[in-house]
Ligand binder design. Structure first.
Ligand code: GLA
Length: 475
């Protein structure tokens, strides 16, 4: 069960902060430290006396409860569109597009760097240095991003080198975390390349990531800056079992590609581990590819719907200068975004039926098709047509655990933005497009009409019994 952090501890509410309030301006007291950071320290941190104490005693709990990362991060990451071809001008221009297109207004409030921002060598004192040509001043970059209303994210690696061969943070964790803090960053993605030999690390995967989680806790203690911490180790070592203890999100799979088979494969991986996601810790299905490759409109909708409804981070990863209005409209579906950012339910939707495959079948081409979950405003249903031709998709309402027996439901279509009548006992989405999706919100509309036979639905039918003992089982 989620236990909220102490009142007053939250540094930022991901979707409500106004950059105009001065939150992001540097405090005069400590250069590079934002004023709000100085005010809000976790009581638990104050009681930890020494750095050694932080490292050895329950440090993962300290990092976990740093008060940020409650909801999925929404924003931008340049990797999928630009890989290493990034510089300050491009990133700031991208942030300007985010604002101009109204993406900031609907919640995309992070702009994150990925790999390739650094010089290849550290200084003689071990400091990591940003590329002197492409990123001449990280403070200048983050100041501009903050002034535009965005949080700023940076990237590093838990091993010797990043995946593109730049310095990794292994054995420099605290030093790098302090550097990132002093540069004004708010978010850290942490990759898994160039893993040190076992006789060096002697910690394994969990320990390798724990090192940076601890370092971020120390940075929070020293400076008040609380990072959102995003693990990127591709779902190794069953990260969904331990990721929440030291981070806010964890990639569950290898790198996404801008084509349907990649989307289907990631949906398949996610379908088996949805229970891992809740507030403050979530499966990360990788950055969005909407706008890239040759997705059909329906494939792009399915990609976005799944990522949003499983409560994954939503990081746009396309060249915004050439984004079509059709793809932009997908990214700006506020009815879908509202479920991703639900303030009442932090859990993912889950499959209630796999569909063309038997339940629990692992199939990267034909993943689970029938999903549901609770939301602030009703029961969410997601139906994915994994076939290459249109399909009618039927379900009995009580297949979803979030439906009440004996009630009827008003059906809201979250893509057509229309109310599609009242469902009694079952619903059929007619003509779902190839690789397309139906996203529905079912809202309780009172008791179903009297006298419907059989008197029980779904699994209950096999035990369906009148008060006097008469069985209606399988009637
Ligand atoms: C790995 C990650 C990607 C990206 C690249 C950068 O492949 O999984 O998301 O960060 O490294 O080199």
């Amino acid at each position: 069960m989620f236990v909220p952090p102490p009142k007053g501890f939250l540094r930022r509410a991901a979707t409500t902060r106004s950059p105009q309030t001065g939150i992001f301006s540097s405090g005069a007291e400590v250069p590079g430290v934002r004023r709000d950071h100085l005010l809000e320290m976790a009581p638990s941190l104050k009681t930890v006396g020494t750095v050694i104490g932080v490292l050895s005693a329950a440090s993962s709990v300290i990092a976990l409860t740093n008060g940020v990362g409650k909801l999925p991060v929404m924003g931008y990451n340049a990797w999928n569109a630009f890989a290493c071809n990034v510089n300050e001008t491009l990133i700031v221009q991208t942030a300007q597009y985010m604002k101009e297109y109204g993406l900031l207004d609907v919640g995309y409030n992070h702009v994150n760097l990925d790999d390739c921002w650094a010089m290849k060598n550290r200084t003689s004192t071990g400091e990591v240095v940003s590329d002197t040509t492409r990123f001449p001043s990280m403070n200048n970059l983050t100041d501009q991003l903050h002034a535009l209303g965005f949080y700023a994210g940076i990237y590093s690696d838990s091993g010797w080198f990043t995946c593109a061969g730049y310095p990794g943070s292994f054995m420099h964790e605290e030093q790098d975390a302090l550097t990132f803090q002093s540069w004004g960053f708010d978010f850290l993605k942490y990759d898994n390349c160039a893993i040190p030999f076992d006789d060096v690390i002697r910690e394994g995967m969990v320990g390798k990531y724990q090192r940076m989680s601890d370092a971020l806790a120390i940075v929070a203690e020293k400076t008040g800056t609380t990072f959102v911490f995003s693990l990127c180790q591709w779902g190794w070592s069953q990260v969904w079992l331990w990721g929440a203890s030291l981070s806010h999100s964890w990639r569950i799979d290898g790198d996404i590609g801008p084509y349907w088979t990649s989307i289907a494969s990631i949906i398949n991986s996610a379908s088996f581990i949805t229970q891992a996601t809740n507030y403050y810790g979530r499966n990360d299905l990788d950055m969005l590819e909407i706008g890239n490759g040759n997705f059909t409109y329906d494939e792009a909708k399915t990609h976005f719907t799944t990522w949003a409804l499983v409560k994954a981070p939503l990081l746009i990863g396309t060249n915004l200068a050439s984004l079509t209005s059709e793809m932009l409209s997908i990214l700006k579906n506020t009815e879908i975004i509202a479920i991703n950012q639900d303030p009442v339910y932090g859990t993912s939707i889950s499959p209630f039926r796999w569909g063309i495959n038997a339940d629990w079948t692992y199939n990267a081409t034909f993943p689970a098709q029938y999903w549901s979950g609770p939301s602030e405003n009703g029961t969410v249903i997601m139906l994915i047509n994994t076939l290459d031709e249109p399909a009618d998709m039927f379900f009995n309402l009580t297949e979803s655990p979030w439906i009440r027996a004996g009630r009827q439901y008003a059906v809201r279509d979250l893509w057509t933005h229309t109310n599609n009548g009242t469902a009694v006992r079952n619903f059929t989405a007619v003509g779902v497009a190839p690789h397309g999706v139906a996203a529905l919100l079912l809202q309780d509309a009172g008791n179903e009409p009297a006298g419907i036979m059989p008197p029980c639905a779904g699994e209950a039918l096999s035990q369906c019994t009148a008060e006097n003992g008469t069985s209606y089982a399988n009637s």
